[in-house]
Design a protein around this ligand. Structure first.
Ligand code: FAD
Length: 298
C-alpha cells in the first residue's frame, strides 16, 4: 500500500477487497470479468437554492421537484444546447436544510472507472454535467440563485469488475427469492436495471410487476412473469458469492464486485418498496457480515 507515509505493507489473517472495482483481487490475478456493459456512473452534487420541498413529490421516484419547473422535461427540451444525455435523475433535500438539494442526475456512459483514463474522463464529464444542469435551470428555470454547495470527492460508480466466486448469483435467484443456507444479506428492494442501450431504467418487482421509467415519457407498466401462487417477499445473498475462486482462502470480494449476473446485480434492498429514500445498499453491508463469518472460521 502507498499513503502519506510512503510505501508499506499490512499483515493480516484475512483481506477484504472493498475497492468497488476489485483492484486487490485483480492485482492478485484472481479470475474476474468486466461487466458486459457498465451501469452508468453518476456525479452527485449538493445544490442550494432549489426551493423548499413540499407536496411536490414525483409518484414513481419520490423525488422532490423544483417548484414551478419540470426539470426532466426541460432537460429533454434543451439537452442538445447543454449536451446532457438522457437519463434518470432523482434527488432529495438534504435533511436539516431548507433548500439544499442532493441531485443525482448526471450519467456518464461507457466509462470504465477501473481504468485511469476513463476514470479521469468520468470525473471531468460528471462535473461538466452538474454545471450544465445548473446553467439550464438558471436560464430556463424560475430561480436564478442556485449555488453549488459541494461536489463528491469521488464519482459514484455503479459497476466495473465482478470477481469470479464460488457461486454466481442469478437474476432468477433474486426475483424468485431463492433461499441459501449461507445467506449473509436479505433484501426486498425491487431490481432496477439502468439501461446502457436505451434511456431510463426498468424496475422489476418480486410480485411479478415491472415498470419501464423514462423521464419525460409515460411509464410503461407490465409484468415480467405471470402470477404465482405465493410471491416471494425477499431474497438472499449467499456468502459463497463473495469468496473468490483461486488459491487464497483469506480474501473476500465485498461490495459491488461480488459475483452476480447482470439482473441480480440490479437488486438492492430497502426498508420497503415504497420508501426508496430510506433504502441502503446491500452491497455495502456485505463486507461486515462476511468478514465476521470469515474471522469466526465459518
Ligand atoms: C447515484 C447512485 C445511487 C445509488 N443508489 C443506490 C441505492 O439506492 N441502493 C443500492 O444498493 N445501491 C445504490 N447505488 C450503488 C451503490 O452505491 C454501490 O453499489 C455501492 O456504493 C458500492 O459500494 P462499494 O463499497 O463496493 O464501492 P464504492 O462505493 O465504489 O467504494 C469503493 C471505495 O474504495 C476506494 N478505492 C477504490 N480503489 C481503491 C484502491 N485501489 N485503493 C484504495 N482505495 C480504493 C474508493 O475511493 C471508494 O471510496 C447507487 C450508486 C450511485 C452512483
Amino acid at each position: 500500500m502507498e499513503n502519506k507515509s510512503g510505501r508499506g505493507a499490512i499483515r493480516a489473517k484475512a483481506f477484504i477487497d472493498a475497492t468497488g472495482d476489485g483492484d486487490l483481487c485483480a492485482r492478485l490475478s484472481l479470475a474476474h470479468r468486466m461487466a458486459s456493459h457498465f451501469q452508468p456512473s453518476t456525479t452527485c452534487a449538493k445544490i442550494a437554492g432549489w426551493g423548499s420541498s413540499g407536496d411536490t413529490q414525483d409518484d414513481v421516484t419520490g423525488s422532490d421537484r423544483l417548484i414551478n419547473f419540470d426539470l426532466q422535461q426541460a432537460r429533454l427540451a434543451h439537452r442538445e444546447e447543454f449536451e446532457l444525455p438522457e437519463g434518470f435523475g432523482w434527488g432529495r433535500h438534504v435533511p436539516g436544510t431548507r433548500d439544499v438539494y442532493m441531485y443525482a442526475g448526471t450519467r456518464i456512459y461507457h466509462a470504465n472507472s477501473a481504468d485511469g483514463d476513463d476514470l479521469t474522463y468520468g470525473e471531468i464529464e460528471g462535473r461538466r454535467q452538474v454545471r450544465a444542469v445548473m446553467d439550464l435551470i438558471r436560464k430556463y428555470g424560475p430561480d436564478n440563485r442556485l449555488a453549488l454547495v459541494s461536489l463528491p470527492s469521488y464519482i459514484g460508480t455503479r459497476e466495473t469488475r465482478h470477481i469470479d466466486c464460488l457461486y454466481r448469483l442469478q437474476g432468477s435467484d433474486v426475483l424468485y427469492g431463492k433461499p441459501f443456507d449461507d445467506a449473509i444479506a436479505y433484501g426486498s428492494y425491487r431490481v432496477d436495471i439502468h439501461h446502457q442501450d436505451k434511456p431510463g431504467l426498468t424496475f422489476k418487482y418480486l410480485n411479478g410487476e415491472q415498470v419501464y421509467v423514462r423521464p419525460g415519457h409515460p411509464n410503461e407498466a407490465g409484468r415480467w412473469r405471470g402470477a404465482l401462487e405465493k410471491d416471494p417477499t425477499f431474497y438472499q445473498i449467499p456468502y459463497r458469492s463473495l469468496v473468490p475462486q483461486g488459491p487464497f482462502g483469506n480474501v473476500i470480494a465485498a461490495g459491488r464486485m461480488i459475483d452476480a449476473d447482470e439482473e441480480s446485480f440490479g437488486g438492492h434492498p430497502g426498508h420497503g418498496e415504497h420508501e426508496p429514500d430510506r433504502r441502503s445498499g446491500w452491497r455495502r453491508r456485505l463486507s461486515g457480515a462476511a468478514s465476521f463469518d470469515n474471522a469466526e472460521g465459518r
